[in-house]
Design a protein around this ligand. Structure first.
Ligand code: AMP
Length: 212
């Protein structure tokens, strides 16, 4: 089943995608990861996107939709998990057109529901490996050696947009632009509300129950 995960920053989209990928053979499409890779590689897309990422703002729809269209042209053919796309109603509409054109059905849109105080705690404490992308948290799941990734030995750092002043803008953009997607997918009969609190394994079980 093709699915998408959406929710506020820190709601667990990346973590749940990683668990889904371990269990099921699916293709992971994360616009956040794609933008960060482009920034690292210093491509024209990267320098364009960086201006928005640094401020915690959404990258404009025209750029983001163009990127997704490119990704879908090169898809592997496995079922996909869309992580962090769409984030606006305009993106959701463009996705619908794209999927229709490619005769690809969207099964479910999972909304990960997490109260704001928990989002802040997760985001301010989040650390990521700058080499392999593994995700840690300073108190709930620290790396065994501080600053060093358990998986690959890479440097574990704070994402620049996980600084408190940028988080505030990301949450604002979420409330204004992304939260309305719940109504969009409810009207389409695709919405599955998932309690995103508790351990990653607990949340995964809730998602799995709706997939199978
Ligand atoms: P994420 O890793 O999903 O938290 O995304 C990190 C940042 O990338 C966001 O704060 C936005 O600046 C940008 N971004 C990711 N996905 C999108 C999207 N679908 N639309 C616009 N901007 C996005």
């Amino acid at each position: 089943m093709n699915i998408l995960l959406f929710g506020a920053p820190g709601s667990g989209k990346g973590t749940q995608s990683a668990i889904l990928l371990q269990r099921l053979s699916m293709e992971h499409i994360s616009t956040g990861d794609l933008f960060r890779e482009a920034v690292r590689a210093g491509t024209p897309l990267g320098s364009e996107a960086k201006r928005f990422l640094d401020k915690g703002e959404l990258v404009p729809d025209s750029i983001t939709i163009g990127l997704i269209e490119q990704v879908f042209l090169k898809r592997s053919g496995k079922d996909f998990i869309l992580d962090g796309f769409p984030r606006t109603v305009g993106q959701a509409e463009a996705l619908e057109v794209l999927l229709k054109r490619m005769s690809l059905p969207l099964g479910r849109a999972f909304f990960l529901e997490v109260p704001e105080h928990l989002l802040m705690e997760r985001l301010t404490g989040r650390r990521v490996c700058s080499s392999c992308g593994a995700v840690y948290h300073v108190s709930s799941s620290p790396s065994r050696r501080e600053g060093i990734c358990d998986r690959c030995g890479g440097a574990v750092v704070q994402r620049p947009d996980d600084r408190a002043e940028v988080i505030a803008e990301r949450l604002r953009a979420y409330a204004e632009k992304t939260a309305p997607l719940r109504e969009y997918y409810r009207a389409a009969g695709k919405l599955v509300m998932v309690d995103g609190t508790g351990s990653a394994a607990d949340v995964f079980e809730r998602i799995q129950a709706a997939i199978t």
